[in-house]
Design a protein around this ligand. Structure first.
Ligand SMILES: C[S@@+](CC[C@H](N)C(=O)[O-])C[C@H]1O[C@@H](n2cnc3c(N)ncnc32)[C@H](O)[C@@H]1O
Length: 258
C-alpha cells in the first residue's frame, strides 16, 4: 500500500472536514497559501471557494506534490515541494490554510513563526486538525485487538507520533502565545456509518500512517508489521459489514497581532 498515492481517494473525512472549514474562510481572498496540500483535492476546493488571483500549495512530501501535478495538470494554482518550517514567502498572503496537516509539523515554533511572517497584517490563518489522543475510539478498539493478538509488546510501546491536544482551548493558547488573536474556534464530531470498503479507506488515510511509522514506537517495529496490519484491516472490513465511526476535529481561525 502506498499511503501517498492512495490518499486522494482515501481521504474521506479530511475532505468532509475541509468542506465545513470553508465557513471560517473569507468569501474572497487575493492570495492563498495552502500548507500540507497532499494530492491537491482540498486545495482546489479552497481555490474554487475564494477564487484568488494567486494560490500556492506546498507539501513536504515530493511524492504528494508529484501526485497533485499529475492529477491537476491544468491547474491555475502552483504546487511546490516545501515544508512550512523551511518556507520563505515572497509575498504576504491574505489567507493561509492548513487542513489536516498541522498535526504532522516537525517544529511548531518555526512553523507558526513562518505562518505569521507569511500573513498580511489583515490576513487570516484557518486551521482544521484532529484532536484528542483518542481521536477515533473505533480505531483504538481495532488497534487494541490487533496488538493484543499479533504484536502485544509493540502495542505497549506505542505513542501517537503527531500532535493532538486533548482540549480545543490548547490550540488557542498556542496561537495566542505566538502573537495571534482567535477569530473563531469550534469542534466537530464527524459521525459515519461506513461500509467495510469506506472504513478501510478511512483507516488507510490516517490511522495506517500513524501506526506504521517507526517513530511511533519506543522499540523496533518488526519488518512485517505494516503488511500484517494492512492484511488485518482488509480481513476485518471484508463483506457486508457496517462500521460506526466518530472522529473529533478542531476548526479555528486566527489573525496576527502587529
Ligand atoms: C493528511 S494530509 C492532508 C492533505 C490535504 N490538506 C487534505 O486535507 O486532504 C497531510 C499532508 O501534510 C503534509 N505535511 C506534513 N508535515 C508538513 C510540513 N511540515 N510542511 C508541509 N507539509 C507537511 C504531508 O506530507 C501530507 O501530504
Amino acid at each position: 500500500m502506498n499511503y501517498n498515492l492512495e490518499y486522494y481517494t482515501n481521504g474521506i473525512v479530511q475532505f468532509d472536514a475541509a468542506k465545513e472549514l470553508m465557513q471560517l474562510m473569507p468569501k474572497q481572498a487575493d492570495s492563498v497559501l495552502d500548507i500540507g496540500c497532499g494530492s491537491g483535492k482540498v486545495s482546489h476546493l479552497i481555490y474554487e471557494h475564494v477564487l484568488p488571483k494567486f494560490m500556492l500549495a506546498i507539501d513536504s512530501s515530493e511524492e504528494m506534490i508529484n501526485q497533485a501535478r499529475l492529477l491537476y495538470p491544468d491547474s491555475k494554482l502552483l504546487f511546490s515541494h516545501q515544508s512550512i518550517e523551511q518556507f520563505v514567502p515572497d509575498r504576504a498572503f491574505e489567507l493561509i490554510t492548513a487542513n489536516s496537516s498541522f498535526q504532522w509539523y516537525q517544529d511548531y515554533d518555526a512553523s507558526i513563526n513562518t505562518i505569521k511572517n507569511s500573513l498580511r497584517s489583515s490576513g487570516v490563518f484557518v486551521l482544521q486538525t484532529p484532536y484528542k489522543q483518542d481521536w477515533c475510539p473505533q480505531v483504538s478498539v481495532l488497534m487494541h485487538q490487533f496488538f493484543t493478538h499479533h504484536y502485544p509488546d509493540l502495542g505497549q510501546n506505542f505513542k501517537l507520533p503527531c500532535m493532538h491536544f486533548d482540549y480545543p482551548e490548547q490550540y488557542v493558547d498556542l496561537f495566542e502565545s505566538k502573537n495571534f488573536t482567535t477569530v473563531s474556534l469550534k469542534t466537530r464530531h464527524f459521525e459515519y456509518r461506513f461500509s467495510g470498503d469506506d472504513f478501510r479507506k478511512f483507516f488507510m488515510s490516517g490511522a495506517y500512517k500513524v501506526y506504521t511509522l517507526a517513530k511511533s514506537y519506543s522499540v523496533a517495529m518488526p519488518n512485517r508489521f505494516a503488511e500484517d496490519l494492512e492484511h488485518f484491516v482488509n480481513v476485518k472490513t471484508r463483506g457486508n459489514k457496517e462500521f460506526e465511526v466518530c472522529i473529533s476535529r478542531v476548526m479555528a481561525s486566527f489573525k496576527p497581532i502587529e
